[in-house]
Design a protein around this ligand. Sequence first.
Ligand SMILES: [Zn+2]
Length: 237
Amino acid sequence: MGLIKKLFKEITKPIVNDFKGKQGESKVNAKLNPLIFNKVNHRQINNLIIMDERGKSHQIDHVEIRENGIFCIETKNYKGWIFGSEDLDKWTQTLYNHEKHQFLNPIKQNRSHIYHLSKILDNKYKINSVIVMVQNNADKIDVPYVINLKDLNTYLKNFNDGTHLLDSEMEEIENLILLKASKINNKEHLKNIADTQSKIKDGVCPRCGGKLVDRVGKYGNFIGCNNYPKCKFILKE
Ligand SMILES: [Zn+2]
């Protein structure tokens, strides 16, 4: 695929998905919230935005803090059949009319969220990844923490890796996250994404302002920054 085509593919993606994504998140909110009334001791932060040291923003759908662990929850609201694995870069959505679409592997996406979340907690705590398929179509994904929305409560309740957080620790974790996470709102996060995309569209490296060029690597051609190795920006498809 040519450079321009690749760039165009990149810029047309995330914003389009955003509305559906929001709907998925509120469904998860609805699933998690009744737990407060069941007197399950937990703390929940929704739509957390973390700014990294490069000024890039990362949006986390839900952080759930419980006695038995900290969970970073990524939701996907896609219809149809979903195929994928831990290692694939892209997962495939097959609609009932057999139309296929690809999207970024949410496990990898969440790994990066956890990396940034972990960092603001000084890497002191284990953070567990949970991917929730809002349309309850996780059955073809053979990964234990990729689950259907209907199983979310049970999954969180039964999770047991020996972690036992005290009430005071849960409070400290929540406060630390809220204190260190960026105060920027969703609108600014979207603007941030849009700015990055418009730079990419103009062939400008969003990280350092260098020039994006076709490069040849061990695993084939890719688009990177001409300031490599100083800047390691790579355009992900
Ligand atoms: Zn660069």
